[in-house]
Design a protein. Structure first.
Length: 235
């Protein structure tokens, strides 16, 4: 069942509070990312929990295993329900994070949706985006990640090529039809993501920059429901 995560990519707690109150009681998750967390830290997470609901702390952890494990422990203390880490940190890093108990859900970033294949040539001239994403997803899942963060365009292929893995997916790069792409290179509409059965979709500017964020969120939820009846789970 597809759940919606609203990206609170803002720089003030006043604006965060406005958005949370506008979107209250819609059963949404809320993402506290690098900008908001760097500006306001713990208070941003606490406000999202108080006025919003479940919190995805999107810090994309990537460091030596012990440092990442300790950071995951601190994320749990903050009250985060999920935290992101880069699967490029390797299996040992993911495994160390997964062994923390209790802990938030671990959502592993494969390749950022802002990156296209030509951007990956820094790793190898012959690197292929689909193969890299598949390798990272398999590594993360085997090491204990709870979900893979990837483009929604990758979901069907990964399910087909890794049929033995009961893998959950978190997909940024979601844009309603006709919306500006911004810095996203590989995008899909909310309806398409729901039809694919994506577990969580992350949507920012189409909601947070809309004149009426609540109206925009309701339109997206309606679009998803029409595309895949019964696909939405509101918590």
């Amino acid at each position: 069942m597809t759940q919606v995560i609203v990206a609170l990519d803002v720089d003030s707690m006043r604006r965060e509070r406005e958005l949370l109150l506008s979107l209250k009681d819609l059963g949404l998750w809320f993402k506290v990312g690098l900008q908001l967390f760097t500006a306001h830290g713990r208070r941003a997470v606490e406000l999202a929990r108080k006025e919003g609901g479940k919190v995805f702390l999107d810090l994309k952890l990537h460091d030596i295993p012990q440092t990442v494990a300790l950071s995951v422990r601190e994320a749990h203390k903050l009250g985060a329900d999920a935290v992101s880490l880069h699967l490029m940190g390797g299996a040992n890093m993911v495994r160390a994070a997964a062994e923390v108990s209790p802990r938030p859900k671990l959502w592993g970033v494969s390749v950022l949706t802002s990156m296209a294949e030509e951007d990956l040539k820094i790793f190898s001239p012959s690197v292929k985006l689909p193969a890299l994403i598949k390798s990272l997803a398999k590594t993360g899942w085997s090491a204990g990640a709870d979900a893979t963060i990837c483009s929604p365009r990758d979901v069907a292929r990964l399910r087909r090529e890794l049929p033995n893995l009961d893998m959950a997916f978190v997909t940024p790069g979601i844009r309603p039809a006709g919306a500006e792409l911004g810095d996203q290179a590989r995008v899909t509409t909310p309806a398409q993501a729901a039809a694919l059965g994506v577990d969580y979709i992350v949507i920012g500017r189409p909601i947070t920059h809309a004149p009426d964020p609540r109206k925009a969120a309701l339109a997206i939820l309606s679009e998803m429901q029409a595309a895949a009846p019964g696909a939405l789970e509101r918590r």
